[in-house]
Design a binder for this molecule. Structure first.
Ligand code: FAD
Length: 295
């Protein structure tokens, strides 16, 4: 039985929940005979496959317009004693028998790699998809846009890229984008290494440092990307404010990144907590391994 105990327990925000999903994977507390066995995933049908009517006991809908990210129908959902078959619990890591006996088949920490994967994608996409697009538009525009006859001996107006301040801005944005791309690549490799060990050897030692790196970079990269996209837009003057420039779309896609998959302030707290633990180790005279040797 899937049940939302109070209105404040309503789930908000899942992408595709608003209109398009027939089913949801619901993370809910598994309670057997009044014993709380922690959070487990369950597959629950939301809409009838023929009529697309919302199923009995399910309440769900679209959250409505947002600042950006309009292509995604983020929604809300709650359940009123919805019955599902026992086998619709995803039992890869934890199993419940017909008799209600619970047994662990894997390490529940494995589930956490899913959220880490999405943070890894944010770290990879910020420079490689969005910042590079913004810097490309800005660089091209500044190379063809001419403003003021400020070059001695020339009747032509000067290309704005030739103004020291503009070239400094473009060079800074470009080099930051490239640096973040390289760091992003390294972060993906670290994640892959961790995932391989978790899935194939059940070794979890890389998980803590990987969580530190991913939560920290998720916050830094998403905030920096928004900042740099805005700076790139301003190098295009008034033209950058027109939607034809392409900046509207880039901004709309990047704007939720500091919020979703862990709000940035919370993410920075997670990242710094691990560093404080490392500092304690240094104080106790213990050796740290790369990349924390700088401490
Ligand atoms: C466009 C978009 C798409 C989303 N898609 C999904 C989705 O598909 N699935 C899904 O499950 N969720 C989704 N979310 C939800 C998203 O993950 C949450 O909104 C996000 O994690 C922040 O949580 P919150 O809204 O509860 O903010 P809150 O936790 O209420 O944060 C509000 C403020 O409180 C501060 N704060 C909160 N806790 C702390 C703390 N411990 N220390 C210091 N400050 C704190 C925050 O920094 C923030 O400034 C989406 C959100 C957005 C905006």
């Amino acid at each position: 039985m899937i049940h939302t105990p109070s209105i404040t327990a309503t789930k908000y925000w899942p992408g595709d929940m608003g209109r398009f999903s027939s089913h949801a994977i619901v993370f809910a507390r598994l309670i057997i005979d009044d014993t709380d066995n922690g959070i487990q995933p369950f597959m629950v049908q939301l809409r009838d496959l023929d009529t697309w009517q919302i199923c009995r006991g399910v309440k769900c809908g679209d959250l409505g317009p947002k600042i950006g990210y309009q292509f995604k129908d983020n929604g809300w959902c709650s359940f009123d004693h919805v019955r599902i078959p026992r086998t619709d619990m995803l039992m890869g890591l934890c199993e419940v028998s017909k008799e209600g006996e619970i047994s662990l088949k894997g390490d529940p920490r494995t589930l956490y790699t899913v959220m880490m994967c999405i943070r890894m994608m944010i770290v990879r996409e910020m420079p490689n998809v969005f910042m590079v697009a913004a810097v490309r538009i800005a660089t091209r525009y500044c190379c063809v846009r001419r403003q003021f006859k400020t070059e001695q001996g020339s009747a032509d107006e000067r290309k704005v890229i030739d103004y020291q301040t503009t070239s400094h801005t473009i060079a800074k944005l470009l080099s930051r984008c490239m640096t973040m791309s390289v760091v992003g690549q390294w972060t993906c490799q670290e994640y892959d290494r961790m995932l391989n060990e978790v899935l194939h050897q059940r070794i979890f030692t890389r998980m803590d440092p990987c969580h530190h790196i991913l939560s920290g970079f998720k916050a830094l990269f998403s905030a920096q990307a928004l900042n740099d996209i805005e700076e790139a837009r301003r190098t295009c003057g008034g033209a950058g404010f027109q939607s034809y420039s392409g900046f509207t779309q880039i901004f709309a896609n990047v704007s939720p990144n500091p919020t979703y998959e862990g709000e940035n302030t919370v993410m920075l707290g997670q990242a710094s907590r691990y560093l404080v633990k490392q500092l304690k180790k240094v104080k106790d005279g213990k050796q740290l391994s790369f990349p924390f040797t700088y401490l």
